[in-house]
Design a protein around this ligand. Structure first.
Ligand code: ATP
Ligand code: MG
Ligand code: FE
Length: 332
């Protein structure tokens, strides 16, 4: 099978061609980060306009790089949600127009299913498995018994982990997106400040990061009065230590309860070096097989959308011309 994937849910215009669900023939990503940086976050109207300008160009680039024709393609898969609705609509409409023009079936893909299936490109998925999804908009533990079946066993009750990284980064004056900067600083500092660990009720696999974020802000605010002075490295390391302890702890607990032997890490925050190292160590200690995508497949891309779309293609789960963008789509 040859699937074209299209992703425009946030601030990356991405198109990829994937063979048999696992082999990347092309994976083109056009990032808009530079346009959003001066606003300290993604501006929806700007994102939509960039997608409109880019999407046709990126589709052509991905087809040229893959060196395939539309006649050889089996289906067009596109992110239908969640994300910014205006941004999603650009991809969905481009996919619909393309599918109609080249007479190929259309497949709607959930963005988080895509993040999870980035792992399938790295190592073929085996079930049952548990995925820790950590991204700009999501923090979830997802249990899967087979391809295309998702059970969310825990999720954040407030901020997503990537959001917490970006907000803490902003507080200490780092540019958007702040996650990679905090990660870099954390590696250079010691976790000397004890920030709270939000374990929530015993047995819960839900997450909460807004208290931690407030605690970081308060600590910085009070430091002046108390005559304390922390370096950015110490703040970053202390914040990251709290985040990682809870993420890894809950993942290990859920893996045990669900009796899985396989764990995946997914989403933009999976690029975090500290998290990758801590999860690797914990999985090794528990005898769990862990897959983590390379950086390029952790952040938003369309190869992951094509990979998840291939599963729906095999299952005959096609969309029709009523396909639409849904900002709050449930994982499917
Ligand atoms: P979602 O996937 O939930 O719709 P999104 O697509 O905006 O949200 P991604 O692109 O998957 O999110 O991830 C972006 C997030 O990942 C940002 O919050 C960014 O700061 C964070 N991030 C990227 N690299 C790192 C890193 N090394 N450490 C921590 N966070 C990181
Ligand atoms: Mg992004
Ligand atoms: Fe994403």
């Amino acid at each position: 099978t040859l699937i074209v994937g299209i992703e425009t849910s946030c601030d990356e215009t991405a198109v990829a061609v994937v063979k048999n669900g696992r082999e990347i023939l092309s994976n083109v990503v056009s990032s808009q980060i530079e346009s959003h940086k001066r606003f300290g976050g993604v501006v929806p109207e700007i994102a939509s306009r960039h997608h409109v300008e880019q999407v046709t160009v990126i589709i052509e680039a991905a087809m040229t790089e893959a060196d395939v024709t539309f006649a050889e393609v089996d289906a067009i898969a596109v992110t239908e949600g969640p994300g910014l609705v205006g941004a999603l609509l650009v991809g969905v409409n481009a996919a619909k127009a393309l599918a109609f023009a080249v007479d190929k079936p259309l497949i709607g893909v959930h963005h988080i299913a895509g993040h999870i299936y980035a792992n399938h490109i790295v190592e073929e998925l085996t079930f049952p498995l548990l995925t820790l999804v950590v991204s700009g908009g999501h923090t979830e533990l997802v249990y899967m018994e087979e391809h295309g079946s998702y059970e969310v066993i825990g999720e954040t009750r407030d901020d997503a982990v990537g959001e917490a990284y970006d907000k803490v980064a902003r507080t200490i004056g780092l540019p958007y997106p702040g996650g990679p900067h905090i990660d870099r600083l954390a590696a250079e500092g010691e976790p000397v400040i004890t920030f709270p660990r939000s374990w929530l009720e015993p047995g819960s696999y839900d997450f909460s990061f807004s208290g931690l974020k407030s605690s970081v802000i308060n600590t910085l605010h009070n430091a002046k009065q108390r005559g304390e002075s922390w370096t950015n490295e110490q703040i970053a390391a202390s914040f990251q230590a709290s985040v990682i302890e809870v993420l890894v702890g809950k993942t290990m607990g859920a893996a045990k309860e669900k009796q899985v032997k396989r764990v995946l890490l997914a989403g933009g925050v999976a690029a975090n070096k500290g998290l990758r190292a801590a999860l690797t160590k914990a999985c090794e200690a528990e005898g769990l097989r862990l897959t983590i995508p390379p950086l390029k497949l952790c952040t938003d891309n369309a190869a992951m959308i094509a990979a998840a779309g291939t599963v729906k293609w095999k299952q005959g789960r096609f969309a029709d011309d009523r396909l639409n963008g849904h900002s709050g789509l449930e994982l499917n």
